[in-house]
Structures are given as C-alpha cells and as structure tokens.
Design a protein around this ligand. Structure first.
Ligand SMILES: CC(C)(COP(=O)(O)OP(=O)(O)OC[C@H]1O[C@@H](n2cnc3c(N)ncnc32)[C@H](O)[C@@H]1OP(=O)(O)O)[C@@H](O)C(=O)NCCC(=O)NCCSC(=O)C[C@](C)(O)C(=O)O
Length: 358
C-alpha cells in the first residue's frame, strides 16, 4: 500500500495522476458567498495593514495624483496640515482593500458607495483597524447568480481608536446556490433623461471664485458648468493587479485571469478605487484643491479591463462660500470616469474645499 505521507509518493511527471488528485481534492475556500451575510452582522477585518508614505506615493504616482501637499512637508504645512498626510484615495483604498477577504473575495463586482466621509487627515505609520456591519442583503432580480449586499464600514487608527474614514458600500456577491438562469445583460443603459443644456460653461481657472463665477454665468444662460479633462491613463498590469494587491485587496477580479475568464467581465478588471482615483486626479489637476471632504452616490457602471484608457468629465453642482476656513470654499462636483469609447465607468458626487484666489 502507498504511504501517502511519503513526499515522493506522488509522481508530478505523471500528469494523469496529478489531474486526478487535484480534481478530487476539496478546495479550502476563501471569502464568503451571499448566503453568509445577514442584516446586522458585524465583521472585524484582521489584515495588519499600516499606511506608509511609500504606498501613498506609489498610489499617487500611478494614478496621476500630483497635489504637492501629499508629497512635500513644506506645502503640507502651508495647507494647514500638522504633518504630511497620506493621500485620501490611498487611505480609502487601503481601508476597503483589507475588507475584501471577508466581504467580497468570492467574486462579484463593486457596484457603488455612499456617505464617504474623511474624519481627519491621516499620517504615514498609522496602523488600521477596520470593521463592517451588514446593512442590507437582497437577491438580484436580473442576475440570479448573485445577491446584492450593502455594508457600513469604518476605518480607525488601531492605536487611538479614532475614526479616519467611513462609508457604505454595495457589491454583487455570488450565491452558493444560484437560481437556474442568469438573465442579466451587461451594460444595458436606461433610455431617455432630461434634454441636454445648450451651452456648457467651463471655469476660467482653478480657484473657488472661478467655479462660483462659472455657476453664476451658467444660471444666467440656462447652461451647465461641465467640462472634460485632457489627460487619460491606460490600464496596465501595475494599475489593474499591482495597486489592489498593495492595499491587500485579494479580490480575484483583479489578479486571477484564469478564474475571471468565466465571469461576466471575461477578464480581470481594475479595482474600482483605482479607476475612480485616476478620474479624480484628472479633475484635481484642473483645480486648486484645499481638502477632500465627502463623496456620495458613487457608482461603477461598467467594467474596466487591461488596455482601457480612463478619462474624466466634471460637472459643477454647487458652491458654498461659508463652508470651510477663510482661505477655501466648498465646491460640489459630479465626476465621471469614461473609457476610450466614451462609456461611463464611474460616477460620483464629491464635495471638496477649493482654495480661494488670494
Ligand atoms: C455589474 C454589472 C455587470 C451589472 O450590470 P447590469 O446591467 O446587470 O446592471 P444593473 O441592472 O444596473 O444592476 C444589477 C443589479 O444591481 C443593482 N445595483 C446596481 N448598482 C447598485 C448600487 N449602487 N446600489 C445598490 N444596488 C445596485 C441593480 O439595482 C440591479 O438589481 P436587480 O438585479 O435586482 O435589478 C455592471 O454594473 C458593471 O459592469 N459594473 C461595473 C462593476 C465594476 O467593474 N466594479 C469595479 C471593479 S470590481 C472591484 O473593484 C471589487 C473590489 C472593490 O475589489 C471588491 O469589492 O472586492
């Protein structure tokens, strides 16, 4: 009888024997199917990620986020930070990255996020502690292989317990026992909508006053303040697989082409936070950002795969001169990321403090 504790008992050059062993072996699963989640469940995420300047700089460089306050101590101080902070997009991606193993590693897609609030600037060296609560679960009527789960997540400083960022996020999650058919069609768009404005106004500059003047002009002309950004960024391996892995995001969607070949996208897709950060970087390159504040109603409309190029389009929705410190006012934008075929892939409402022209 073969001694199966003997390291040489399995001849790896015998492909038939190896195939048979692998096919019959049980898989030690990672992640959870839809049925695992119930409203009110609380999950503490364990991976030990600590924020670093290296990680933040890698994220910023690859996504074209060049705001000097996150690169240089002198500009950070001029902008009212005690110390040079890590970039908020990197912070958000890290907080979400370490939830993936527990929440979404099984597959399915990131559909949207709401109520994203940055509670305070965060510096390198901060170790993260992240918890999530299930706030909603439902089966998908158009895609019976999936359920839709919403979680409320809070990222804290592991040492002080202070909340750094919080948000609500919704994913499609595969069902362990799917209904018989998957009736959904990928990328179907709603028809109709309001008539388009005749005139699109673009701000003359990058300061709060420029956005406010543009909004005033648009009101007089029954126009919209809307413009696109020139830069584009083509999705390469580093963006699609490298950046999510650097945030400990273990979702197979970003780094397992074999598994993803048989999924609705047919290939690995970019981490939603990478796509979003690129479009936001394009927008930020045309404004004098003072602080990131809040995001709402973020949606991921379509897949972004290797070789796609991400561009940005911005609409200005509101200017509030009274929010924020004397040197800045709050501007609410609608940002849209779109690909080389002008297909929207991300949209979100962002309120940021923009420097005044003084
Ligand atoms: C998934 C696709 C194919 C579905 O395409 P579709 O045409 O079937 O879309 P749909 O009909 O608009 O949506 C399907 C269902 O989802 C619901 N839904 C839709 N949006 C929301 C929302 N915000 N909140 C709540 N529910 C939402 C919607 O109501 C509908 O429900 P129903 O089936 O019962 O009618 C299409 O939407 C798509 O391609 N989206 C892009 C997905 C993507 O690429 N996300 C980013 C990458 S994945 C990722 O980053 C992963 C991560 C971060 O690592 C990680 O979570 O682990």
């Amino acid at each position: 009888m073969t001694d199966w504790t003997d390291p040489d008992a399995l001849d790896l050059s015998d492909s038939e024997a190896f195939d048979s062993m692998v096919d019959r072996a049980a898989t030690r699963e990672k992640g959870h199917f839809f049925e695992f989640f119930a409203d009110g469940d609380e999950l503490a995420h364990d991976p030990g990620l600590r924020l670093t300047h290296h990680g933040s700089e890698q994220w910023m460089g690859q996504t074209l986020n060049h705001d000097p306050a996150y690169w240089r101590a002198d500009t950070a101080r001029e902008r009212g930070f005690d110390e040079r902070p890590v970039h908020p997009d990197y912070l958000l991606a890290c907080v979400m990255g370490i939830t993936v193993e527990d929440l979404s590693e099984k597959g399915g897609y990131f559909l949207g996020r709401d109520d994203v609030t940055f509670h305070q600037p965060v510096t390198a060296g901060t170790p993260l502690s992240v918890t999530s609560t299930v706030v909603d679960t439902r089966t998908s009527s158009s895609r019976p292989k999936y359920g839709i789960v919403t979680w409320e997540t809070e990222g804290r400083d592991r040492e002080t317990g202070e909340t750094l960022v919080s948000y609500q996020r919704t994913n499609m999650i595969p069902r362990r026992e799917p209904a018989a058919t998957d009736g959904g069609a990928v990328g179907e768009q709603d028809e109709g909508g309001p008539a388009l404005p005749e005139t699109l106004v673009s701000p003359d500059g990058k300061y709060f006053e420029d956005f406010r003047r543009a909004l005033d002009t648009a009101q007089e002309e029954h126009a919209a303040v809307a413009y696109r950004h020139e830069r584009g960024r083509t999705m390469d391996d580093q963006l699609v697989a490298g950046l999510p892995l650097a945030t400990l995001n273990t979702a197979r969607q970003h780094h397992n082409r074999d598994e993803m070949a048989d999924s609705p996208s047919g290939d690995i897709v970019a981490y939603g936070d990478v796509t979003r950060s690129i479009a936001l970087a394009h927008a930020r390159s045309d404004e004098a950002t003072y602080r990131e504040h809040r995001f709402a109603d973020e949606r991921f409309h379509d897949f972004v795969t290797l070789g796609d190029t991400i561009y940005g389009f911005t609409r200005v929705l509101d200017c509030d001169p009274d929010a924020g410190p004397e040197r800045a006012g709050a501007v609410t934008f609608e940002h849209v990321a779109f690909n080389q075929d002008q297909t929207p892939v991300y949209s979100g409402r962002r309120t940021a403090l923009i420097q005044r022209d003084t």
